[in-house]
Design a protein around this ligand. Sequence first.
Ligand SMILES: [Cu+2]
Length: 162
Amino acid sequence: MALIAAVFCFVLVNSKKVEADYSTVTKKWYGIRGKWFFFLLTLGVIITYLSLSPFPIPDQKKGYQENEYQVVKVDSYQWYWTMTPNTVEAGKPVTFLVTSGDVNHGFGIYDENLELLGQTQAMPGYTNKLIHTFDKPGKYKILCLEYCGVAHHAMITELTVK
Ligand SMILES: [Cu+2]
């Protein structure tokens, strides 16, 4: 109670102090603030346009017929993946149809150096489509990107690209 009274008195005493005259300073800087706002707005619009214009990333559909796609059905569960088939060909686009049988998972495709090549969400009751073309044959890893429980880290499988 004494502390509240002390804070109250402190605020009361300090509220009666006369503030310095900042009118010349505020007038100058408020004018600059308006120009600065429009500069940042313009910069934001330019950066947004330049960064979003190449979407979708990458445009895999160019140069392919609809029947040239290899389709891989992906199901995810705590804590494993099922992929049918789990072998695809290099140089031909692969359509991954990704869903989940329980909770949300993250479907991430990694190369041998564990660099992320593509990813999408694996969601219960919904099928997400991810199109990726593998440039070279090899063993690719599928890791979960969304924390989904105690064995999330062990949710790994392999995709063979011939
Ligand atoms: Cu997970």
